[in-house]
Ligand binder design. Structure first.
Ligand SMILES: NC(=O)c1ccc[n+]([C@@H]2O[C@H](COP(=O)([O-])OP(=O)(O)OC[C@H]3O[C@@H](n4cnc5c(N)ncnc54)[C@H](OP(=O)(O)O)[C@@H]3O)[C@@H](O)[C@H]2O)c1
Length: 296
């Protein structure tokens, strides 16, 4: 039995699709099973929350592999970024050890370090340490920016373009990314499950290196639009987005913690080699986000 967390998310949806197609026994730890769509009748469901450790301890019964994809790039009412990504992973690893789980698969981000400028990648670094130090067989997948054609970033951008004649960007947009399609990441997760090595570590990056600015341009073009980018100095963007989050709480379209992710590079000098070592040839972002004809 595989315990999948984050099954309703960008990567989790694609991983679940593949696990169901392969007729593997899956239990999904979810906050709301409706997010599983049609798959909710094909899997076991464990209701749970990263901020509620007893809920995932119960979900571990009879599980051989945990694929831990659940995460949050913003604070939630029940837990901070540090709690949901760092401490929750520590608790999940401990619960897996106690339950006799064999392998723990963890999806982290390229560049995660205890000194990283973003709270998420600092928390991910601690989580990686916990996974690595555990007595389980472990797989750590370290991904660059993950995307899909209709992901949340694309939906937020689409709304912003309706409202604004220019495109505000955080700083000059020079950080570098190797965007990797969620479907390719899911293939890499599945491929890693079939490997026997007790300790695995793989980098998941797409075939091209793009600056944040190029990445946003590409997304804008894919929506069939054109906009002049207007760099907003980081302290101004931070103050504005933090004020909006204080006002709108979880309804804020983009939190500062999320926007800040575009200011720090997530790239590897080895490019797509990690994906190819898992037998996956990652698609180019420009091909996946089939561009529409420019409108305005
Ligand atoms: N997206 C990227 O660019 C990127 C890059 C590198 C690494 N990663 C990592 O890859 C993994 C998957 O990312 P993703 O883009 O698929 O994330 P996502 O689309 O934001 O999905 C997050 C998942 O986590 C679940 N979740 C959030 N808070 C939870 C909580 N308190 N309790 C239980 N479940 C909770 C969500 O469930 P609900 O449906 O209940 O909200 C959803 O299924 C994450 O670990 C992420 O950090 C992502």
């Amino acid at each position: 039995m595989i315990l999948l967390t984050g099954a309703t998310g960008l990567v989790g949806t694609a991983v679940l699709q593949r696990l169901v197609t392969q007729r593997r026994a899956v239990r999904c730890l979810v906050r709301d099973p409706r997010g599983l769509g049609e798959h909710r009748v094909r899997v076991q469901i464990a209701l749970g929350d990263l901020a509620d450790p007893p809920s995932f301890r119960n979900a571990m019964r009879g599980v051989t592999t945990v694929v831990h994809l659940a995460a949050s790039a913003r604070d939630q009412p029940a837990g901070s970024i540090e709690e949901l990504n760092g401490i929750a992973t520590w608790r999940m690893v401990r619960a897996a050890e106690k339950a006799g789980v064999q392998r723990f698969v963890f999806l982290s981000g390229l560049g995660a370090s205890p000194h990283h400028r973003t709270r998420l990648l600092r928390a991910k670094a601690l989580a990686e340490d916990v996974v690595e130090a555990s007595e389980l067989e472990t797989t750590i997948l370290s991904a660059s920016l993950i995307y899909a054609p209709h992901d949340r970033a694309q939906r937020v951008l689409s709304r912003l373009l309706l409202l604004s004649p220019v495109l505000p960007t955080v700083g000059r947009g020079r950080a570098e990314f190797q965007p990797v399609w969620a479907g390719d990441v899911a293939d890499a997760v599945i491929a890693s499950l079939d490997r026997d090595e007790p300790r695995q570590r793989h980098e998941l990056a797409g075939p091209a290196t793009l600056t944040a600015r190029q990445l946003v341009d590409l997304r804008v073009r894919a929506l069939g639009r054109r906009r002049r980018a207007v760099p907003v100095p980081e302290p101004v963007a931070a103050a504005g987005l933090q004020a909006a989050e204080n006002l709108l709480k979880s309804k804020t379209p983009v939190s500062w913690d999320e926007a800040e992710m575009l200011t720090a590079s997530m790239a590897t000098p080895r490019g797509k080699a990690g994906m190819e070592a898992l037998g996956v040839s990652p698609a180019a972002m420009a091909d996946v986000l089939a561009p529409a004809r420019p409108r305005a």
